[in-house]
Design a protein around this ligand. Sequence first.
Ligand code: ARG
Length: 449
Amino acid sequence: MPNYDGYTVSIHYDRRLFRHDIAGSIAHARMLAKTKIISDEDAQKMIQGLEKIRVEIEDGSFPWDASLEDLHMNIESRLHHHIGATAGMLHTGRSRNDQIALDMRLYVKEAGHQTAEGLRGVQRALVALAEKYQDVLMPGYTHLQRAQPVLFAHHMLAYFQMLQRDVSRFRDCHHRLDVLPLGSGALAGVPYPTDREFLAKELGFASVSANSMDAVSDRDFVAEFLAAAALCMMHFSRLAEELVLWSSREFGFIRLDDAFTTGSSIMPQKRNPDFAELARGRTGRVYGNLMAMLTVLKGLPLTYNRDLQEDKEGIFDTVDTLLPTLEVFQGMLGGLTLDVDRVTSLASESYMLATDLADYLVGKGVPFRQAHGIMRELCEHCESSSTALGDLTIEEYRRFSEHFAEDVFQITAQSSVAARDNPGGTAPRRVAEELKQAKELLLEAGNGF
Ligand code: ARG
């Protein structure tokens, strides 16, 4: 008969939860002693044993045994080895079901904090770029066609806002997962006079779960973290795409630092934006991990089912993708150089002032729709006669509308952005305000949510 045990084994990946698992066990031992379920002496022995195990795992001397299936059984068996029969008391009033629910919550909490820290780092880099090139104009795009001039800083701060929403999503996720599941037992609660409030305090949870059945079967917090991570990676993927475009010869807007480009093995002139491309590409696996988790949860009856063991690899992979991405972007944005002459000259291209010219006619009493039509004809005329809007004489303008006067020549990229002086607009004054608010926000938030 072949041996199929390997199928259930999770030790090769769940071992990474050892710090969380040991912290949970130490708190549990303390609680058992505090409530006199076990003696202080036995609790001390357990705690010392567990700390020894932590050191063994950290220094690589821990004898992992796949036949013991998972992290919990490996640690418990090792505790036996160190302290003998007393080890058997640690699992009093506890099940692997509430134990793993606890480990996962501790892990996701930590990951949430690390993510927030990483996001703050990228936000700081965006703010620094916005500040460095505060007055620089660039073409703003719709449909990837030059549309209207905007401030480069405005573009950078758009990403700041996206990342701010990410931070707030991870913060929401944190608040909902900040609930202690330990003390739920296998599913129904435990028949010992435990002190769950004490456990919550020891382990840093804001509250204790209200329903033991929900507590052992809930992995919403994993799905929620994965969903927040998916949106966050999507933001980085979009930014990556812009960096790829902007660093191309066709755009020529930016130069990425050498640390974030690679040469081609055959074409010596190349500086490929591999880091941005990999971030864009890795977004796919993060989406996949979210879909996998949602699918695992779908159709699971209450309460614990072994399917839940499948919650781990996806979130580990997501965290291992997301955190380095945050670091890379912080560095990549920090080392980015803007070709100010190039973006400024493109921003001043007169076609992009077509909307401003329509608005000019509105100022002369022409209804906007009509003004838009006049400008459309003007643009078509320029296109067919290969001239630019900026090269037209006043006579030519007036052939399309008698409302045009000499002051039409005062419309420039600068006047275009300055005119967009409503909250959220790209007027330098508004962007300066936006930048100030972003800096204040970062100062207040520090590295956290
Ligand atoms: N390795 C399991 C998991 O990750 C731990 C809980 C096992 N519980 C059980 N009843 N077999 O979900």
